[in-house]
Ligand binder design. Sequence first.
Ligand SMILES: [Zn+2]
Length: 233
Amino acid sequence: MHRLALLLVLLLAACATHSMMVVPATQWQPKDPALQEKARVLRQVSRSVGEAAARECRRRLRSANCDFVILVDPSSKAPANAFLTLDEDGRPLIIFTQPMIASAQNAEEMAFVMGHEVAHHILGHIARQAENSRESARIFGELAREQGKDDAGVESAQALGAEVGAQNYTREFELEADRLGTKITHAAGYDPLVGMVFFQRIPDPGDRFLATHPPNAKRVEVVLQTARQLGLR
Ligand SMILES: [Zn+2]
């Protein structure tokens, strides 16, 4: 059953001072006519990708929460973004910001982005990233202690370790999510090769240390490889 109220306030753990009003994609009614059409496409995509994702999720993980909820942050001032978070019951929430929806050129792009986000959940990335971050914080802290740092020094080494641990692995997770996301997009009836064109519009993070996303060229390569395995072109 849907326990979400029409509007709910999410306090994001990463940024405690930032609260966000979100609305279920099924109930989002923007005033702008151009956005109304996109809202209609989003509802359709949410249904097909949600079903394909739930099938893949249940097939792989018997005990996980596979009941995906697609939400919209209707603020036009939010950055163009889509991301996964979990509610207090561990239910996966995929949040699309209004500018992200506005920037999608077609249903395939929306499906591709959604497929990528649901894949993060199916692959257990939130828990795995937290684990990597804790482990890296522990190692950095130990090294600082061995070097004779005081408590404050150890603490700041741990904080840096947590950040490095989280970010270092994020790039790997992004490629894993692109791979499974491509399969889910295809299973939902959308062409991932059309959907991935959206990579061309997001800034390329290149190959920097601490870049949270892999370079776009690498992501395109992973999608093409997966599409070949699926027999698409
Ligand atoms: Zn991602």
